[in-house]
Design a protein around this ligand. Structure first.
Ligand SMILES: [Fe+2]
Length: 356
Protein backbone atom coordinates (compact mmCIF):
# COMPACT_ATOMS: atom_id res chain seq x y z
CA UNK A 1 0.00 0.00 0.00
CA UNK A 2 1.24 3.46 -0.79
CA UNK A 3 1.53 6.53 1.47
CA UNK A 4 -1.69 8.40 2.13
CA UNK A 5 -2.39 10.96 -0.57
CA UNK A 6 -3.27 14.30 0.99
CA UNK A 7 -4.03 12.82 4.40
CA UNK A 8 -6.70 10.33 3.47
CA UNK A 9 -7.03 6.62 2.79
CA UNK A 10 -7.29 5.48 -0.82
CA UNK A 11 -10.35 3.58 -2.01
CA UNK A 12 -8.32 0.36 -1.91
CA UNK A 13 -7.28 1.04 1.67
CA UNK A 14 -10.89 1.67 2.69
CA UNK A 15 -11.96 -1.59 1.06
CA UNK A 16 -9.24 -3.40 3.01
CA UNK A 17 -10.27 -1.75 6.28
CA UNK A 18 -13.89 -2.74 5.73
CA UNK A 19 -13.09 -6.32 4.77
CA UNK A 20 -10.25 -7.11 7.16
CA UNK A 21 -10.99 -4.76 10.06
CA UNK A 22 -7.55 -3.22 9.72
CA UNK A 23 -5.34 -1.57 7.16
CA UNK A 24 -1.64 -0.77 7.01
CA UNK A 25 -0.79 2.70 5.82
CA UNK A 26 2.82 3.03 4.81
CA UNK A 27 5.22 5.85 5.49
CA UNK A 28 2.90 8.14 7.42
CA UNK A 29 5.28 9.34 10.12
CA UNK A 30 7.89 11.96 9.17
CA UNK A 31 11.35 10.67 9.89
CA UNK A 32 12.23 13.37 12.42
CA UNK A 33 8.97 12.82 14.32
CA UNK A 34 9.71 9.08 14.56
CA UNK A 35 13.31 9.75 15.57
CA UNK A 36 12.23 12.06 18.39
CA UNK A 37 9.86 9.41 19.79
CA UNK A 38 12.45 6.68 19.44
CA UNK A 39 14.97 8.77 21.34
CA UNK A 40 12.57 9.06 24.29
CA UNK A 41 11.94 5.32 24.29
CA UNK A 42 15.54 4.24 23.88
CA UNK A 43 16.74 6.55 26.66
CA UNK A 44 14.88 4.35 29.12
CA UNK A 45 16.78 1.11 29.72
CA UNK A 46 13.64 -0.79 30.80
CA UNK A 47 11.77 0.48 27.74
CA UNK A 48 8.78 1.04 30.02
CA UNK A 49 7.80 4.52 28.90
CA UNK A 50 4.64 6.43 29.74
CA UNK A 51 2.80 7.86 26.80
CA UNK A 52 1.88 11.26 28.24
CA UNK A 53 4.76 12.87 26.41
CA UNK A 54 4.60 15.31 23.47
CA UNK A 55 7.29 13.40 21.58
CA UNK A 56 5.20 10.23 21.81
CA UNK A 57 1.87 11.88 21.01
CA UNK A 58 3.51 13.80 18.18
CA UNK A 59 3.52 10.54 16.23
CA UNK A 60 -0.21 11.06 15.85
CA UNK A 61 -0.67 14.79 16.26
CA UNK A 62 2.24 15.91 14.08
CA UNK A 63 1.90 13.44 11.24
CA UNK A 64 -0.67 12.78 8.53
CA UNK A 65 -2.35 10.29 10.89
CA UNK A 66 -4.65 12.87 12.40
CA UNK A 67 -5.90 13.95 8.97
CA UNK A 68 -6.27 10.34 7.85
CA UNK A 69 -8.43 9.60 10.89
CA UNK A 70 -10.41 12.82 10.61
CA UNK A 71 -11.34 11.87 7.08
CA UNK A 72 -11.98 8.14 7.57
CA UNK A 73 -13.59 8.29 11.00
CA UNK A 74 -14.45 11.87 11.90
CA UNK A 75 -13.83 14.45 14.62
CA UNK A 76 -12.15 13.23 17.80
CA UNK A 77 -10.27 14.40 20.84
CA UNK A 78 -6.57 14.26 19.92
CA UNK A 79 -4.51 11.85 22.03
CA UNK A 80 -2.63 13.18 25.03
CA UNK A 81 -1.48 9.74 26.07
CA UNK A 82 -0.48 6.51 24.38
CA UNK A 83 0.63 2.95 24.97
CA UNK A 84 4.32 2.58 24.33
CA UNK A 85 4.52 -1.09 23.45
CA UNK A 86 8.02 -2.49 23.43
CA UNK A 87 8.32 -6.26 23.27
CA UNK A 88 11.79 -7.35 24.25
CA UNK A 89 13.11 -10.60 22.80
CA UNK A 90 11.22 -13.50 24.43
CA UNK A 91 9.37 -11.04 26.63
CA UNK A 92 5.83 -12.25 25.91
CA UNK A 93 6.83 -15.86 26.52
CA UNK A 94 8.51 -14.96 29.77
CA UNK A 95 5.59 -12.95 31.13
CA UNK A 96 2.97 -15.55 30.37
CA UNK A 97 4.82 -18.69 31.34
CA UNK A 98 7.29 -17.43 33.84
CA UNK A 99 10.00 -18.59 31.49
CA UNK A 100 10.69 -18.57 27.83
CA UNK A 101 8.99 -21.46 26.07
CA UNK A 102 8.58 -22.40 22.46
CA UNK A 103 4.96 -23.54 22.76
CA UNK A 104 3.25 -20.42 24.11
CA UNK A 105 0.31 -19.65 21.83
CA UNK A 106 -0.85 -16.03 21.86
CA UNK A 107 -4.65 -15.57 21.82
CA UNK A 108 -6.41 -12.61 20.30
CA UNK A 109 -8.66 -10.43 22.46
CA UNK A 110 -10.93 -7.42 22.16
CA UNK A 111 -9.83 -4.47 24.31
CA UNK A 112 -11.77 -3.05 27.23
CA UNK A 113 -12.52 -6.11 29.34
CA UNK A 114 -11.41 -6.85 32.87
CA UNK A 115 -8.58 -9.31 32.37
CA UNK A 116 -6.08 -11.27 34.40
CA UNK A 117 -6.05 -13.47 37.44
CA UNK A 118 -9.12 -13.17 39.68
CA UNK A 119 -8.14 -11.95 43.17
CA UNK A 120 -10.37 -14.60 44.79
CA UNK A 121 -9.56 -18.31 44.83
CA UNK A 122 -11.99 -20.43 42.85
CA UNK A 123 -13.16 -22.29 45.93
CA UNK A 124 -14.03 -19.01 47.64
CA UNK A 125 -16.03 -17.82 44.63
CA UNK A 126 -18.07 -21.01 44.52
CA UNK A 127 -18.52 -21.09 48.31
CA UNK A 128 -20.04 -17.61 48.16
CA UNK A 129 -22.78 -18.90 45.86
CA UNK A 130 -21.44 -17.15 42.75
CA UNK A 131 -20.57 -18.93 39.52
CA UNK A 132 -17.43 -18.53 37.44
CA UNK A 133 -19.62 -17.63 34.45
CA UNK A 134 -21.32 -14.65 36.03
CA UNK A 135 -18.81 -13.73 38.74
CA UNK A 136 -18.89 -10.04 39.53
CA UNK A 137 -22.56 -9.43 38.83
CA UNK A 138 -23.08 -8.85 42.52
CA UNK A 139 -19.60 -7.46 43.08
CA UNK A 140 -18.41 -3.96 43.63
CA UNK A 141 -18.95 -2.11 40.34
CA UNK A 142 -16.01 0.17 41.16
CA UNK A 143 -13.55 -2.71 40.85
CA UNK A 144 -10.68 -2.35 38.45
CA UNK A 145 -8.84 -5.15 36.73
CA UNK A 146 -5.36 -6.24 37.72
CA UNK A 147 -2.50 -3.81 37.19
CA UNK A 148 -4.78 -0.85 36.69
CA UNK A 149 -6.54 -2.47 33.77
CA UNK A 150 -10.09 -2.08 32.61
CA UNK A 151 -12.93 -1.77 35.14
CA UNK A 152 -15.06 -4.77 36.03
CA UNK A 153 -18.09 -2.73 34.94
CA UNK A 154 -18.38 0.45 32.94
CA UNK A 155 -21.54 1.59 34.72
CA UNK A 156 -22.94 1.32 38.21
CA UNK A 157 -26.04 -0.42 36.81
CA UNK A 158 -23.81 -3.22 35.42
CA UNK A 159 -25.27 -3.23 31.94
CA UNK A 160 -21.87 -2.99 30.25
CA UNK A 161 -18.75 -4.94 31.20
CA UNK A 162 -16.51 -3.97 28.29
CA UNK A 163 -14.96 -0.61 27.52
CA UNK A 164 -14.64 0.51 23.92
CA UNK A 165 -13.34 3.11 21.52
CA UNK A 166 -13.39 3.38 17.75
CA UNK A 167 -9.91 2.70 16.37
CA UNK A 168 -6.65 1.24 17.58
CA UNK A 169 -3.95 3.13 15.70
CA UNK A 170 -0.49 1.59 15.91
CA UNK A 171 2.70 3.32 14.87
CA UNK A 172 5.65 1.13 13.96
CA UNK A 173 9.08 2.37 14.99
CA UNK A 174 11.39 -0.37 13.74
CA UNK A 175 11.62 -3.08 11.15
CA UNK A 176 8.85 -5.63 11.65
CA UNK A 177 8.60 -7.02 8.13
CA UNK A 178 9.78 -10.49 9.06
CA UNK A 179 7.22 -12.66 10.93
CA UNK A 180 8.36 -13.54 14.46
CA UNK A 181 9.49 -10.03 15.42
CA UNK A 182 6.81 -9.74 18.13
CA UNK A 183 4.32 -8.31 15.68
CA UNK A 184 0.96 -6.91 16.57
CA UNK A 185 -1.24 -9.67 15.19
CA UNK A 186 -4.93 -9.85 14.42
CA UNK A 187 -7.75 -12.27 13.68
CA UNK A 188 -8.17 -10.86 10.22
CA UNK A 189 -11.78 -10.20 9.29
CA UNK A 190 -13.25 -11.19 12.66
CA UNK A 191 -14.60 -7.72 13.46
CA UNK A 192 -18.06 -8.43 12.05
CA UNK A 193 -18.39 -11.63 14.10
CA UNK A 194 -17.53 -9.62 17.21
CA UNK A 195 -20.22 -7.07 16.40
CA UNK A 196 -22.73 -9.86 15.75
CA UNK A 197 -21.87 -11.39 19.13
CA UNK A 198 -22.47 -8.08 20.93
CA UNK A 199 -25.82 -7.74 19.13
CA UNK A 200 -26.85 -11.18 20.37
CA UNK A 201 -25.83 -10.27 23.92
CA UNK A 202 -27.95 -7.14 23.68
CA UNK A 203 -30.91 -9.07 22.22
CA UNK A 204 -30.60 -11.55 25.09
CA UNK A 205 -30.94 -8.74 27.61
CA UNK A 206 -27.25 -8.15 28.36
CA UNK A 207 -25.05 -7.29 30.06
CA UNK A 208 -22.54 -6.82 27.22
CA UNK A 209 -19.06 -8.23 27.68
CA UNK A 210 -17.67 -10.80 30.08
CA UNK A 211 -20.30 -12.17 32.47
CA UNK A 212 -23.03 -11.49 29.93
CA UNK A 213 -24.84 -14.08 27.79
CA UNK A 214 -22.52 -16.74 26.33
CA UNK A 215 -19.40 -15.08 27.73
CA UNK A 216 -18.18 -16.70 30.96
CA UNK A 217 -16.46 -14.05 33.05
CA UNK A 218 -13.94 -16.48 34.53
CA UNK A 219 -12.42 -19.72 33.42
CA UNK A 220 -10.65 -22.16 35.75
CA UNK A 221 -6.88 -21.90 35.94
CA UNK A 222 -4.31 -23.81 37.98
CA UNK A 223 -5.14 -25.46 41.28
CA UNK A 224 -7.66 -23.04 42.72
CA UNK A 225 -7.50 -19.97 40.55
CA UNK A 226 -9.66 -18.40 37.89
CA UNK A 227 -8.79 -16.19 35.00
CA UNK A 228 -10.63 -13.46 33.08
CA UNK A 229 -10.10 -12.02 29.64
CA UNK A 230 -10.46 -15.01 27.36
CA UNK A 231 -12.79 -14.47 24.42
CA UNK A 232 -15.86 -16.71 24.58
CA UNK A 233 -16.11 -19.71 22.29
CA UNK A 234 -19.52 -18.43 21.12
CA UNK A 235 -17.73 -15.37 19.73
CA UNK A 236 -14.75 -17.24 18.30
CA UNK A 237 -17.09 -19.66 16.53
CA UNK A 238 -18.11 -16.82 14.23
CA UNK A 239 -14.60 -15.82 13.20
CA UNK A 240 -13.82 -16.37 9.52
CA UNK A 241 -11.05 -18.82 8.69
CA UNK A 242 -8.37 -16.36 7.69
CA UNK A 243 -4.91 -17.79 7.93
CA UNK A 244 -1.33 -16.67 7.56
CA UNK A 245 1.08 -19.44 6.69
CA UNK A 246 4.75 -18.57 6.81
CA UNK A 247 7.95 -20.18 7.90
CA UNK A 248 8.82 -19.01 11.38
CA UNK A 249 5.23 -18.03 12.17
CA UNK A 250 3.73 -20.58 14.53
CA UNK A 251 0.21 -19.18 14.90
CA UNK A 252 -1.49 -19.37 11.48
CA UNK A 253 -4.91 -18.28 12.75
CA UNK A 254 -3.28 -14.94 13.56
CA UNK A 255 -2.13 -12.53 10.88
CA UNK A 256 1.00 -10.60 11.80
CA UNK A 257 0.86 -6.94 10.81
CA UNK A 258 4.09 -6.50 8.88
CA UNK A 259 5.40 -2.96 8.96
CA UNK A 260 8.58 -0.93 8.94
CA UNK A 261 9.52 2.30 10.65
CA UNK A 262 7.06 5.07 9.89
CA UNK A 263 4.21 2.73 8.90
CA UNK A 264 0.94 2.59 10.81
CA UNK A 265 -1.91 0.17 11.29
CA UNK A 266 -5.49 1.29 11.78
CA UNK A 267 -7.75 -1.37 13.31
CA UNK A 268 -11.30 -1.38 14.56
CA UNK A 269 -11.82 -1.78 18.28
CA UNK A 270 -13.81 -4.90 17.38
CA UNK A 271 -10.89 -6.60 15.66
CA UNK A 272 -9.40 -9.26 17.98
CA UNK A 273 -5.67 -8.71 18.33
CA UNK A 274 -2.69 -9.62 20.45
CA UNK A 275 0.99 -9.06 20.92
CA UNK A 276 3.09 -12.02 19.85
CA UNK A 277 6.36 -13.39 21.17
CA UNK A 278 9.44 -11.70 19.83
CA UNK A 279 11.86 -14.35 18.67
CA UNK A 280 14.29 -11.94 17.09
CA UNK A 281 17.33 -10.45 18.79
CA UNK A 282 15.90 -6.89 18.78
CA UNK A 283 13.08 -5.24 20.71
CA UNK A 284 9.79 -4.74 18.87
CA UNK A 285 8.90 -1.03 19.19
CA UNK A 286 5.35 0.22 18.60
CA UNK A 287 3.19 3.02 19.98
CA UNK A 288 -0.59 2.52 20.13
CA UNK A 289 -3.27 5.19 20.24
CA UNK A 290 -6.86 4.39 21.18
CA UNK A 291 -9.06 6.84 19.35
CA UNK A 292 -12.79 7.33 19.85
CA UNK A 293 -14.98 9.34 17.56
CA UNK A 294 -16.24 12.58 19.11
CA UNK A 295 -19.58 12.19 20.84
CA UNK A 296 -21.88 15.15 20.87
CA UNK A 297 -23.06 16.02 24.39
CA UNK A 298 -20.24 14.11 26.08
CA UNK A 299 -18.89 16.65 28.61
CA UNK A 300 -15.57 14.81 28.95
CA UNK A 301 -14.24 15.20 25.42
CA UNK A 302 -10.77 16.62 25.95
CA UNK A 303 -10.88 16.15 29.73
CA UNK A 304 -7.48 15.01 30.95
CA UNK A 305 -8.99 12.61 33.49
CA UNK A 306 -10.07 10.30 30.66
CA UNK A 307 -6.55 9.58 29.42
CA UNK A 308 -7.54 10.19 25.80
CA UNK A 309 -5.34 8.13 23.54
CA UNK A 310 -4.51 5.38 26.00
CA UNK A 311 -7.75 4.50 27.77
CA UNK A 312 -9.84 1.53 26.68
CA UNK A 313 -12.68 2.62 29.00
CA UNK A 314 -13.24 6.30 28.17
CA UNK A 315 -16.72 6.45 29.74
CA UNK A 316 -14.97 6.38 33.13
CA UNK A 317 -11.87 8.20 34.30
CA UNK A 318 -8.61 6.48 33.45
CA UNK A 319 -8.15 5.65 37.13
CA UNK A 320 -11.60 4.02 37.20
CA UNK A 321 -13.53 6.76 38.97
CA UNK A 322 -17.14 7.13 37.92
CA UNK A 323 -18.00 10.41 36.25
CA UNK A 324 -21.24 12.36 36.41
CA UNK A 325 -23.14 12.80 33.17
CA UNK A 326 -25.92 15.24 32.32
CA UNK A 327 -29.49 14.10 31.85
CA UNK A 328 -30.03 13.33 28.22
CA UNK A 329 -26.61 11.75 27.59
CA UNK A 330 -26.14 8.13 28.53
CA UNK A 331 -22.54 7.22 27.73
CA UNK A 332 -23.05 3.53 28.41
CA UNK A 333 -26.10 3.09 26.19
CA UNK A 334 -24.24 5.10 23.55
CA UNK A 335 -21.26 2.75 23.78
CA UNK A 336 -23.54 -0.29 23.59
CA UNK A 337 -25.14 1.13 20.45
CA UNK A 338 -21.68 1.65 18.89
CA UNK A 339 -20.45 -1.83 19.85
CA UNK A 340 -23.51 -3.16 18.02
CA UNK A 341 -23.01 -0.92 14.95
CA UNK A 342 -19.33 -0.12 14.71
CA UNK A 343 -19.32 1.39 11.21
CA UNK A 344 -21.68 4.09 12.41
CA UNK A 345 -18.60 5.78 13.91
CA UNK A 346 -16.77 5.99 10.56
CA UNK A 347 -18.03 8.95 8.57
CA UNK A 348 -15.60 8.36 5.70
CA UNK A 349 -16.46 4.68 5.34
CA UNK A 350 -20.07 5.14 4.30
CA UNK A 351 -20.81 3.32 1.10
CA UNK A 352 -17.51 1.42 1.10
CA UNK A 353 -18.03 -2.21 0.22
CA UNK A 354 -15.96 -4.93 1.80
CA UNK A 355 -15.58 -6.94 -1.37
CA UNK A 356 -11.97 -7.66 -2.36
FE1 LIG B 1 -5.27 -5.16 23.33
Amino acid sequence: MSPPASGSLSDDQKHALKRDGFVVVKNVIPRQVAARAKAVISQNPTRIVHGDNPAINGLYNESALRDVMLEAMGPHTPPVNAQVAVTLPNYADAVVRGKATADYAPKAHVDGGWAGLCPMPRSEILASGETLETWGRAGDPRSMGPAGGAPLWQDRERTLAIGSYTALVGVCLNDQRRPGKGQFAVRRGAHEAVEAFFRRQRADGGPLGGGGPDWPRLIPAGQDAAYAGVMPSAMEAGYPDTRFEHEGWAWPELTPVLMEEGDTVIALHALPHTATPNRSADPRVNVFFRIRRFRQNNPYEGDERIGWGVSDHPDRALNGEFLDYPDGYDPFQTSIAKLCDHWSEWDGMRGVSGAP
